[in-house]
Design a protein around this ligand. Structure first.
Ligand code: SF4
Length: 417
């Protein structure tokens, strides 16, 4: 019954082939993956059809585009109707292509997009202990917050590749040491564990010396040098800021907060993820909420934190624009930075609270609204332009150097594969 639309899709694929052939490296790969997933044509068939015979990697079973698209259809007729609509979408794109215009990204299946509600109350205090390093690394920052906006403005192509979870393939014999980003992610996860389950749980995840509650994870599979380094850092943090002597009450760890920061009548839901949310009280007993931001850094000193002030302003703005949270827990006054300096003997610093002014928050809100207003041109193969001023970064080179170019075939993989 549904042969006809499939034939139409095959014909459309024939016409899309020149676009795929024009794309190189990672872009060709991604284009092929998307077409294969969305039109339910095995990737091997597409590869063979364009004259490439790359061995297929075993892949997790994911629903095909056709499956997703026809999810709501109960009869063959309804399926045909839905698939015919896809054909229409493809043809519209092809005619743009024929006129030499850039084609927009292929459509997302027409499943209803859930509207993200804003946060009205904090989740119960807790933290799901990660079961493996991969689980820790897969926890990215919020996709609608400060980092995603900054990433997009710095280099739109990097933001796209990150969202697609593209990463460099490890080379044969490459050191298994954690890179700076991974190192920071592990320490963040352990600090969250410590706040909820205590220092013993951290030691257990690093050296397995204590019995863990049954729902807490097994020791992390770390390279020995990294394990010792992180253990020393975590112990030094615990000596410096014993949990039972903290001058504040923890409200949450690793908490994402969603808030509408839009103008009246123009909703703009943005989010921030807080390493720690803490509360203290002033002399009159009024609550003072702070974001407790944990950083691992190569050097200490308050000036090293200046670069994070926009992030601090965004965190305060997102909390304080959320009337429900302010009424329930109090106004966010600012940010406290806890820094663990990665020296041979680790040093832990806590910087005096940095209060955030209304003007700083106002600028932060303007900044957050930018991402909904700025668009960069998209190339014919779906890529964005590469902002090469950003390749060497503020602190370290971009992770995509050498793999965001077309000639990089075979240098990358997608994290889900
Ligand atoms: S290497 Fe440079 S151009 Fe390529 S994604 Fe990274 S920042 Fe963008």
């Amino acid at each position: 019954m549904i042969d006809a639309p499939y034939e139409a899709l095959a014909a459309a694929w024939n016409q899309l082939k020149p676009v795929v052939l024009a794309a190189r490296g990672v872009n060709r790969e991604l284009l092929l993956s998307r077409i294969s997933a969305r039109f339910d044509i095995p990737r091997a068939v597409l590869l063979a059809d364009i004259g490439e015979h790359v061995p297929e990697q075993p892949q997790a079973q994911t629903p095909s585009y056709a499956d997703m698209l026809t999810q709501g259809a109960s009869t063959a007729e309804e399926k045909i109707e839905l698939l015919t609509r896809v054909r229409g979408e493809l043809e519209a794109r092809l005619s743009l292509l024929e006129q030499g215009q850039a084609i927009p990204a292929l459509p997302v299946p027409s499943a209803p997009t859930p509207v993200r509600p804003t946060t009205t109350t904090l989740p119960p205090f807790g933290f799901d202990a990660p079961k493996s390093l991969d689980e820790i690394f897969s926890e990215g920052p919020s996709s609608v917050g400060y980092h995603s906006t900054s990433d997009f403005l710095e280099c739109p192509e990097r933001a796209r590749l990150k969202a697609l979870r593209v990463r460099r393939k490890p080379k044969l014999g490459e050191s298994p040491h954690l890179n700076a980003l991974q190192f920071g992610s592990v320490v963040h996860a352990l600090l969250a564990m410590r706040a909820v389950y205590g220092q013993a749980s951290v030691e257990a995840m690093l050296v397995s010396r204590y019995t863990l509650p049954p729902d807490v994870a097994p020791p992390l599979d770390l390279w020995e040098d990294d394990r010792i380094k992180i253990l020393n850092m975590m112990r030094m943090y615990d000596y410096t800021f014993p949990l039972d002597r903290e001058p504040f009450q923890y409200l949450g760890v690793e908490v994402p907060i969603f808030t509408d920061v839009g103008e009246p009548g123009r909703p703009c839901i943005k989010s921030a993820k807080y390493d720690g949310l803490v509360r203290t009280f002033d002399a009159q007993g009024a609550p003072l909420v702070f974001s407790l931001e944990k950083k691992t850094a190569a050097r200490g000193g308050a000036s090293a934190m200046n670069v994070y002030l926009p992030q601090a302003a965004v965190q305060a703005a997102i909390w304080n624009c959320n009337k429900a949270l302010v009424e329930q827990y109090g106004y966010m006054s600012g940010i406290i930075f806890d820094v663990i300096v990665k020296s041979t003997v680790p040093v832990c610093e806590r910087h005096a609270p940095r209060y955030i002014s209304k003007l700083e928050m106002q600028r932060a809100i303007e900044y957050l609204r930018i991402s909904d207003q700025i668009q960069f041109p998209v190339n014919a193969d779906g890529t964005h332009y590469r902002a090469i001023h950003a390749c060497w970064g503020k602190f370290q080179p971009c992770a995509f150097i050498g793999i965001c170019w077309g000639a990089s075939y075979g240098e990358y993989e997608q994290a889900d594969e």
